[in-house]
Unconditional design. Sequence first.
Length: 115
Amino acid sequence: VQLVESGGGSVQAGGSLRLSCAASGSIFSASSMGWYRQAPGKQRELVATITRPGIKTYVDSVKDRFTISRDSAKNTVYLQMGSLKPADTAVYYCNYRSFTGVGYWGQGTQVTVSS
């Protein structure tokens, strides 16, 4: 499975961005798909996931600001990010987890939020 992220960029605090993750295969073959992020000097952290049945989970710091969604026809998962804060600055990675537990990662897309 190959994942290609896009949509990152630089915005001011309070702004919005939408990240996209296009998968080479059917996203319904995944047990879950998610977005992670890694800021400089920090460990990669889970931001949001969506399971095959459509259950969504978020890390507390992004609840009510970020929304994960998918378009099965396009094999694409999105992360709509709003009310962005400088603390959201990181490289954002898309993850695909198979039912056998194998994980695949995209190359990452940089999000920079300035105050």
